[in-house]
Design a protein around this ligand. Structure first.
Ligand code: DC
Length: 235
C-alpha cells in the first residue's frame, strides 16, 4: 500500500491536532505535532533567557535543543520531550502560548524545525499538523487540509481545554491571545499561515470532532486510492 503525507494546517483551536491524531490512528501512520516543537523551543528560550534579536544566541540555543516525541504507555498519548525531559504539560500553558508566535517567527528557528520535520517524514506515512506543512515543509504532500473556525468558538474550545487541565482563564483573555497569535502567524515574513493552493478548506465552527476526523479520513482514503491507481498505470 503506498504511503502518503497528510498535511493539516490552520488556525489554533480548530481541532487540528485531534483530527490529525484520529486520522493517523485510522491509517496506522505517525502523528507529528509541529506546534509542540515550536512550543518546546519557546520553553527553552524562556528558561534560558534567549534574546530573539540576537542571532548568535538563537543559533547557539538551537544547537542545544533536542526534541523527541515518545508514546506514553499508560495513556497512549504521544508526549513531547525537550532534551530528555517530558515537557508535554508545561508547553501547553498560557505563558508559552503568549510567546510562541514571536519565537516561531524567527527564521533560524523555522529552518531548524522544518529540517527536523522533513527528516521525520522521509518514508512518508505521516499526518503532520501545523501552520506551514502544506506550503513549506511538504509542498508535495498528497493531501493538504486547511482548517479554520470562528475566533469566538475557538476561544470557547480553548477555555474548556485549559479548564480540563486545571487552568481557569477569562474568555476575553483567551480570545485576545488567539487574535494576537492569528495576526502574528498570518503576517510574519517567513512562512506565514496561509491556505496552500491545493488544500481542502474545512470550517470546523459547527462540526463535531468525529465529523472532522471522518471527513479527513475519507479524503485520505481517496488520495491513497489515487496513488494506487497511479502506481498501477505506471507499471
Ligand atoms: O498548533 P499550536 O497552537 O500548538 O502552535 C503553537 C504556535 O507555533 C503557533 O501559534 C504558531 C507556531 N507554529 C508555526 O509557526 N508553525 C508550525 N508548523 C506549527 C506551529
Amino acid at each position: 500500500m503506498p504511503k502518503i503525507i497528510v498535511a493539516v494546517d490552520g488556525y489554533s483551536s480548530c481541532g487540528k491536532s485531534t483530527t490529525a491524531k484520529g486520522v493517523a490512528a485510522y491509517l496506522g501512520y505517525a502523528y507529528i505535532d509541529t506546534g509542540a516543537m515550536y512550543r518546546a523551543v519557546t520553553l527553552y528560550f524562556y528558561t534560558h533567557h534567549v534574546a530573539l534579536t540576537n542571532p548568535k544566541e538563537v543559533s547557539r540555543a538551537l544547537e542545544n535543543i533536542k526534541i523527541d516525541f515518545k508514546r506514553n504507555q499508560e495513556t497512549g498519548r504521544n508526549e513531547t520531550y525537550l532534551n530528555g525531559l517530558n515537557v508535554e504539560d508545561e508547553i501547553r500553558k498560557l505563558y508559552i502560548a503568549n510567546w510562541v508566535s514571536e519565537v516561531s517567527a524567527v527564521s533560524e528557528v523555522r529552518k531548524a524545525m522544518v529540517a527536523q520535520q522533513q527528516r521525520m517524514a522521509r518514508n512518508r506515512g505521516v499526518v503532520m499538523d501545523g501552520r506551514d506543512i502544506g506550503t513549506v515543509v511538504f509542498p508535495d504532500a498528497e493531501l493538504k487540509v486547511f482548517m479554520t473556525a470562528e475566533p469566538e468558538i475557538r476561544a470557547q474550545r480553548r477555555q474548556i481545554e485549559l479548564l480540563q487541565k486545571g487552568e481557569m482563564l477569562d474568555l476575553d483573555d483567551i480570545l485576545a491571545n488567539i487574535r494576537k497569535r492569528d495576526l502574528i502567524d498570518t503576517t510574519r515574513a517567513d512562512s506565514p499561515l496561509k491556505q496552500a493552493e491545493n488544500a481542502v478548506l474545512v470550517d470546523t465552527s459547527f462540526m463535531t470532532l468525529d465529523e472532522q476526523i471522518d471527513l479527513v479520513t475519507r479524503l485520505a482514503d481517496e488520495k491513497i486510492s489515487e496513488s494506487i491507481r497511479k502506481n498501477n498505470t505506471a507499471l
